[in-house]
Design a binder for this molecule. Structure first.
Ligand code: DGY
Length: 325
């Protein structure tokens, strides 16, 4: 260890309190204009830095990681998802990678429930009608949606966020089905019905919530064939990663009426989302705001800093080390 403060490159404009701690602990280069780096410019900007504090959407692909200067020893992402980082390429370069689990579980599950309710209860149509001055008053047949209480919810990916979503859904007396790589112990399962084969869960889903990370195995998992296995009138909710859904297939099912609605907070290729979504009245759409509360975004930043400080200041293994799968 030398006496100089380790240098950290912040790729984004992070919350104020997070940047205050970042600059107190490290010789940090901030990004006050929040100008996005592409791969080559990020590799170039990282020259002379020990660590990179990045976020979901920063393209730390195989090529970018390979091009990082020798100085870089750690990448701490301000996110729980880390599919934007080639972790295997980083491991090859002996670059540590960390993420921010736990701290965004509740905020993201809250937004998942908002997406579920917003889609089922036609919130987009209702708010649009009202704001466009088209509301003529209460009508017995107006904006009838899908009843939520007591219905079946299937959760793909029963990690922390999936479990938090299940807890919320239980308050709506929903029956929980789930599919996960491994079955949960009874105290975490809390009576939910486990499906070892996720395809077999689908016919039981009045609502399907995607809470699985984006991996080669989950890429476009929600496709036409699987959507066809959902009961007619089902609702699809995605707060995980847009790439888990085949947009063409979902849009076709929303148009045909096989699906009643979708509630989506994440999109493949965001922010340039599939144009088809804009035309759908039965799509309740949010701009990737699952973790967007003041407390949660601070907690994510502090967690990323806990990791950077452990490794770069104390020479310890980052507590949220991510390793190649
Ligand atoms: C994450 O942490 O992966 C989120 O998607 C960012 O809010």
């Amino acid at each position: 260890m030398t006496d100089r403060k380790p240098r950290v490159l912040a790729t984004r404009l992070f919350p104020e309190d997070v940047e205050t701690r970042l600059t107190a602990k490290f010789d940090a280069k901030l990004n006050p204009t929040d100008t996005l780096y592409d791969g080559p410019s990020l590799a170039m900007a990282a020259n002379g830095f020990d660590g990179i504090m990045c976020a979901a959407g920063d393209a730390l692909s195989t090529a970018t990681v390979a091009a990082l200067p020798e100085s870089v020893r750690m990448i701490a992402t301000f996110s729980v998802g880390y599919e934007h980082i080639d972790v295997a390429a980083a491991a090859k370069r002996k670059i540590m990678v960390s993420n921010t689990p736990d701290v965004l579980t509740d905020a993201t599950a809250d937004i998942a429930m908002l997406c579920l309710l917003g889609a089922a209860r036609r919130a987009h149509e209702g708010t649009t009608m009202l704001r466009n001055h088209n509301w003529v008053g209460w009508e017995p047949r107006q904006l009838r949606g899908v009843h939520v209480t007591g219905r079946r919810l299937g959760i793909l990916g029963m990690g922390r966020i999936g479990q938090a979503m299940a807890d919320r859904a239980r308050a709506f007396r929903m029956t929980i089905h789930y599919s996960n790589r491994t079955r949960l112990p009874a105290d975490l399962e809390k009576g939910a019905v486990f499906h070892a084969d996720p395809d077999e869960m689908l016919p039981n889903c009045d609502f399907l919530s995607i809470n699985a990370p984006m991996t080669p195995a989950t890429r476009k998992w929600v496709n036409a064939e699987r959507i066809a296995k959902l009961p007619k009138g089902a609702v699809v909710v995605n707060t995980a990663r847009g790439g888990v859904v085949d947009d063409e297939a979902l849009i076709a099912a929303l148009k045909s009426g096989h699906l009643f609605a979708a509630g989506l907070d994440v999109f493949d290729g965001e922010p340039k989302i599939h144009q088809g979504y804009y035309e759908l009245q039965n799509a309740f759409l949010l701009p990737h705001m699952g973790s967007a509360t003041v407390d949660t975004r601070n907690a994510m930043g502090f967690r990323a800093l806990d990791n950077l400080e452990a490794f770069l200041l104390r020479g310890q293994t980052p507590p949220d080390l991510v390793t190649p799968s």
